[in-house]
Design a protein around this ligand. Sequence first.
Ligand SMILES: [Fe+2]
Length: 179
Amino acid sequence: MLNKKSNTILTKNGYRLIDKMKEDVSSYAPGRRRLWLFHEANLGNPPTTKAAHFDKFWWDLGQRLYPGCQIALLTFGGETENFSSDARISWHRDHSYAMPCALGISFGAKAIFGYDYSRQSGDKRKIKLAPGTIFQFDCKHLHAVLKHDPGRFSIMYWKLRLDGRYPGLKICKKISSLL
Ligand SMILES: [Fe+2]
């Protein structure tokens, strides 16, 4: 759990990137604005990645909390001068680009996360995320963002699945020089 001051710093660094956010293409999250960081995954089959926006603040934080992570997604739910974004996402498992361990930070405003404690499904629970909550979970379990207050950001960090099963998943030059 981050303290108030850290939550404020993260929120400032979320708003700093808000103009770079694009409408999500995921059918689970219609109306959500998001920004891929370090790499972008195409969500197709087979999955592929390409280089995405690099941001030093979010890179350094990711390496402190989840050393070796190489891909992240920053999302926002709320209103700005230019758009309105609904950051809810319905029940899903993360795509095959990602290894099972995901690390998230929910900040800016509170949210309710849904997580199925059973891999096969059948043990869905609601978890309150106060602003500044850091959480780690198995992203191959069903999960969702069920509700959030306006002004809520989240960043999720993952490691790419690099066991050779999906040759389209590659680390770009910039990131491999940093790892
Ligand atoms: Fe997810």
